[in-house]
Design a protein around this ligand. Structure first.
Ligand code: BGC
Length: 742
């Protein structure tokens, strides 16, 4: 992932064409190409028409009505002097009309093919309406489930995020942007948004350069190397300089170091926000700072449009730099084939939310659900043994809430809920009683509880579908308390008290703190917000028509006070251990300060998470052998193979996500106690074994060191191949700088 991106011959052509067009443009037309405006949701005002005719608009965001888009493009192509077509941008985040699981759920699939297929379908549906640019993937690393936008993320780990984010980019853009169903992607939000203090959206992140380079930036570097068409800065303040005005980030890192060739679009009004941040005095100053930082296109606010002419006449900005920005934008328009044809004929595309698309959404949802608990193997349910089932909860039959955040174009009519899917699977002889119990996930009223209790008492099993509604996660929807909201915990407790076994299904946009119900229920399936086909996916898993295979892309805390908690923490000088953990209730009164040991523990909660990163159960049982190493030493040029044998000890065919972790034991900057360095999702048949290999070379062991350059240091490493991150069984190998002579 350290190569400089090479231009394909089609992008070289796009460059030549953009260059020729640029020579014909007036200053005002050049400035127009830096301007993105908001669509009017199905209409075109006289002002917008006139602005496009005058060449003052480069892109329109949030228009999805095809006749309107075609008319906007016609005006641009036929009525503006140079006939430059428009970029039509839309947040296509986890599907379009067909809704896939939220990105965090998709990350739980650990499956590049599934994610690429989902993005492909989203692109086809969006392109069929005339959209040619999405603002996805969001590849912000975050370790804070309070942050509402964790729902849009691919989780806590840079390696997992890079592989899955890359798959999403490929799905949107395909091999060639010129392909009719391809849409341009956008790597966002560059950078550090997921580290906002206390998970509060839009705020500030102080991240050392070393942490940035090792953890936050790698997915963005991957996206740049892969040729993602555009980048978007974060709304947040990074080390004192908000990203939209951050020259170091946008120029030094993105352009100079990474040689990124695409263009950068601001976030919604984020240039104007620089003044609110306190970085600029007014819009004009904000325009100057963003321009100098290297933001090529302004989303929705008009600081550039209003002030760049003046800044130019004052010689504060340089026309050649404006031209460079325009060049990049035109190149994308050429690459997308918009100059050849900017019109969309929806009839040339497959239907929205067609059967095949919905099946793909179901497949993604099935792979994304994580089975966290299955006491006494109560799952899968055998419907022939169940005379009655109580289906309970505010999310059991809600076509809208299961879709999750960012579903502008999702259509709930296509949703299949858990209740309807359970009814379809349970068979005519099983009595199903549905009780919502709470009007919404936030309801405090216990007035319907008695009906729920009766239903549970009269049933062989209770399936409770609880969690949080869509609106409780996503942008600007952060929470400080991430317990199940409302009176859900009380409802679960009362149903458990009936003695009827409880299967808890949770739909949520984040890891919730569920320790307070985890021990009480018999089984726990975490479904995230699973999208259109979530109900069918969940029912198939509960009744054994499918086998759970998802694994957590993020650590589940016991209590919110543990946040940030993530598997790849550093050791500290006094790491917490089981032996040294003493709960505060067990501390003798007036114990002297040092008498119980001095380690990195909290007093009130064990240091471990409720569920570790990478964790997820199956109906199959897998045994991992000891790790085998082909050699115990490797050089800077050679590689070794680490392998295990995994045996499926059950009668169930299943898929297993096998994970490779490495620890660099001694380095010139401290390294995490474990880092994900590889994974494979593999089918393993009942009662069979497979060998799984991972290749380890020096590059895999490199990191950003004290000077924040990528280095590889000789030394000893631990290696684990394991079903999740909380694993102890490792081997040691050594990286040596000199050639091996044996
Ligand atoms: C979000 C972006 C999004 C943009 C356009 C902003 O509020 O931060 O992620 O792409 O809006 O809708």
């Amino acid at each position: 992932m350290t190569t400089t991106p090479q231009l394909s011959s089609s992008s070289q052509q796009a460059m030549l064409k953009a260059e020729a067009l640029l020579q014909k443009m007036t200053l005002s037309e050049k400035l127009g190409q830096l301007n993105q405006v908001s669509g009017q949701y199905g209409g075109i005002s006289a002002d917008l028409r006139q602005a496009i005719q005058s060449g003052n608009v480069s892109s329109v965001i949030n228009e999805v009505d095809t006749p309107t888009i075609n008319e906007l493009q016609r005006i641009a192509v036929e009525e503006s002097r140079l006939g430059i077509p428009l970029l039509i941008g839309r947040d296509v985040i986890h599907g379009f009309t067909t809704v896939f699981p939220i990105p965090l759920g998709q990350a739980a699939t650990w499956c590049e093919q599934t994610i690429e297929a989902g993005a492909r379908i989203a692109a086809i549906e969006a392109a069929s309406r005339g959209v040619n640019w999405t603002f996805a993937p969001m590849i912000d690393i975050t370790r804070d489930p309070r942050w509402g936008r964790i729902a849009e993320s691919l989780g806590e780990d840079p390696y997992l995020c890079s592989r899955l984010g890359g798959a999403m980019i490929k799905g949107f853009q395909t091999e060639s942007l010129n392909e009719r169903t391809a849409i341009a992607a956008c790597a966002k939000h560059f950078a550090g948004y997921g580290y906002c203090e206390s998970g509060r959206d839009y705020s500030f992140a102080n991240i050392s350069e070393n942490e940035l380079r090792n953890t936050v930036l790698p997915p963005f570097k991957m996206a740049a190397d892969l040729g993602v068409a555009t980048f978007m800065p974060s709304f947040s303040d990074l080390n004192g300089v908000p990203a939209s005005g951050n020259h170091w980030l946008m120029q030094q890192v993105l352009r100079d170091e990474w040689q990124y060739q695409g263009f950068v679009v601001s976030d919604w009004g984020s240039i104007r926000d620089l003044t609110v941040h306190g970085l600029s005095e007014d819009d004009k100053h904000a325009a100057l700072l963003a321009f100098n930082a290297g933001i090529d296109m302004e989303m929705v606010s008009d600081c550039y449009a209003k002030h760049l002419p003046e800044l130019l006449s004052e010689n504060k900005v340089d026309e050649s730099k404006i031209e460079q920005m325009v060049r990049r934008i035109l190149q994308l328009k050429y690459a997308l084939g918009l100059f050849e044809n900017a019109q969309t004929n929806s009839e040339e595309f497959v239907a929205l939310a067609n059967h095949e698309h919905l099946l793909a959404a179901k497949d993604a949802a099935t792979k994304s659900c994580v089975l966290l608990k299955n006491a006494d193997n109560i799952l899968p349910l055998d419907s022939s043994q169940l005379a009655s089932i109580a289906v309970i909860g505010p999310l059991a039959d809600d076509k809208y809430e299961q879709l999750g955040t960012w579903i502008f174009d999702g259509d709930e009519q296509h949703s299949v809920t858990c209740l309807s899917a359970i009814k379809a699977l349970a068979g005519a002889d099983t009595k199903i009683t549905f009780e919502k119990g709470l009007d919404t996930t936030r309801s405090q009223s216990e007035e319907h509880f008695s009906k729920v209790i009766n239903a549970a008492q009269d049933s062989d099993i209770a399936i409770m579908v609880m969690g949080e509604e869509s609106i409780l996660s996503g942008e600007a929807h952060s929470r400080t308390n991430i317990d199940l909201p409302g009176a859900q915990v009380q409802l679960i407790e009362q149903v458990v008290a009936t003695g009827t076994p409880v299967i808890l299904v949770i739909m949520a946009g984040r890891p919730l703190t569920i320790a307070n119900v985890n021990d009480k229920v018999s089984a726990l399936l975490y479904a995230w917000h699973p999208g259109s086909m979530g109900g069918e996916a969940v029912a198939d898993l509960l009744f054994g028509r499918a086998v759970p295979s998802g694994k957590l892309p993020v650590t589940f805390p016991r209590v919110v006070g543990q946040v940030p908690i993530y598997y790849s923490q550093k050791s500290s000088g006094r790491p917490a251990t089981n032996e040294t953990f003493v709960h505060q209730n067990n501390i003798p009164v007036r114990a002297t300060q040092t008498s119980l040991g001095m380690t990195a523990n909290h007093l009130d909660v064990h240091f471990s998470p409720l569920y570790p990163f990478g964790f997820g159960l199956s109906y199959a049982t897998f045994d991992y052998s000891e790790i085998r190493l082909s050699e115990h030493r490797l050089t800077m040029e050679s590689s070794i193979t680490a392998s295990v044998t995994i045996s499926n000890r059950s009668e169930v065919d299943s898929q297993e996500i096998v994970q490779l972790y490495i620890r660099d034991l001694v380095a010139s900057t401290t390294r995490p106690i474990k880092e994900l360095k590889g994974f494979k999702r593999l089918p393993i048949k009942a009662y069979s074994s497979i060998d799984v290999d991972f290749e380890i070379n020096a590059e895999l062991l490199g990191f950003y060191g004290p000077n924040n350059t990528f280095i590889t240091e000789p030394g000893r490493f631990n290696v684990w191949i394991a079903p999740h991150s909380d694993t102890t069984n490792y081997q040691v190998f050594e990286l040596v700088s000199e050639a091996l002579n044996n």
